[in-house]
Design a protein. Sequence first.
Length: 282
Amino acid sequence: MPARLLDGVSLAASTLETVSAEAVDFAASTGRKPCLATVLVGDDPSSHVYVRMKVNRSRKVGIDSRRIDLPESTTTGELLSVLHDLSSDPAVDAILLQHPVPAHIDERAAFEAIDPRKDVDGVTRTSFAQMAFGEPGFSSATPGGIMRLLDADNVQLAGASAVVIGRSPILGKPVGMLLLAADATVTLCHSKTTDLADEVRRADVVIAAVGRPEFIRGDWIKPGAVVIDAGYNEGNIGDVEFSAAAERAGLITPVPGGVGPMTIAVLLDQTVQAAKALADVR
Ligand code: NAP
């Protein structure tokens, strides 16, 4: 395997050491820990696992969590009311609405009910616009984690051709914005892209965010390219055909142990930043 691994586990661990130290300082100066509220609607087993991981990891770094689990039958109005209450609660610094929410809920309306100052998962229009304009604000957690992985390995983005496969509002689109802000030449691919293999073949940096196991074939990868696999499919399988891609890539993220740990690290880092900023305002 000629490719070197981009190790999200160790970068997340060092990020969380800093987060933990900042959480201790915050508690010492305010008399309380930073608090992340998680809101989960419905019974999706994977979403329950993700929320449990986030709550456990919060506790380990000295962040309190308030976990709110709502039934599948929750209406958009009921969810908005919960999110408005959390947004105005001074004991809550950060809010994560686990997505996807059940199909009958207006997800965009729910995201917009989160106070942008507490939007540590970067899902509101305000956060997206701040990211797009390069202004201070919270990035979407997974794209933020991807950019930190690239930065930690000094991947040259200025002038590089970056191809993102996937254009979801929480992953593909925002990571495209962040790559553009880093002066990459960005192509966003999606289900209507006519020749995906051709797009990927000329990419210096490939970001896979599709949600289909091993969909990006190893022989599409340009020799020496940087391959970031954000996909996570049942059985710990990414969106990239890992073993074949690793034969051609220069750098590649493993699944698991690449992007996933960085998503949580960014979420908790942004939680402490939100707590500090709100404490200054108060
Ligand atoms: P999503 O909302 O389902 O979006 C999937 C994207 O893939 C869409 O933009 C879709 O295009 C595109 N796509 C589907 N079929 C395609 C095809 N044949 N060719 C090219 N593009 C195609 O998914 P998501 O929420 O962005 O998540 C993507 C993956 O990342 C999933 O595996 C998810 O589990 C993973 N994920 C991981 C983390 C983490 O922390 N590691 C966090 C979030 C998500 P259209 O827009 O045209 O439909």
